[in-house]
Design a protein. Sequence first.
Length: 139
Amino acid sequence: MIELDNNTSFEFNLDKLQTIADELTAKDFELIITNNEEIQILNKEHRNIDKATDVLSFPMEFDMPNMPLGSIVISLDYVEEKASEYSHSKEDELTLLFIHGLLHLMGFDHEVDNGEHRQKEEELIKKYKLPDSLIVRNS
C-alpha cells in the first residue's frame, strides 16, 4: 500500500499508482510529493548533489518481513516542467517518475545494470500506455 504524503495542492489518481505498485510488490512504501526546494535539500543531504532533481528513492537498508520497501520523493515542479516540455499530462509525468522511483526501491539501478531497469520501465510504459520516460528519453 502506498502511504501518500502530498505536500502540494496537486490532485491525482492514486488508484492508478497503486495498481502499478500492486503489480510489482506486496510491500508498503511511502510516496512524497514535494517541490524543487525540498528535493534539493534531500539531494544534497543524501547524495551530496546540491541541485533539485525529479525523483529520489530511499530503499530500506534491510529487507525484513512486514517492513516497508522505502520512500519515493517526487518534485512537482519537475513534473510540471517536463509535462509541459513533452506535451503530456502532469499525471502521466508523475506516473513515469513513480515507476522509475519504485523500480529503484526494488533494486533496479540503470546507472550500473545491463539495461534491466530500462527494459522493465519500458514494459510498464507500454502496458499502461504512457509517454516515454526519462530513462527512455535519455537513451
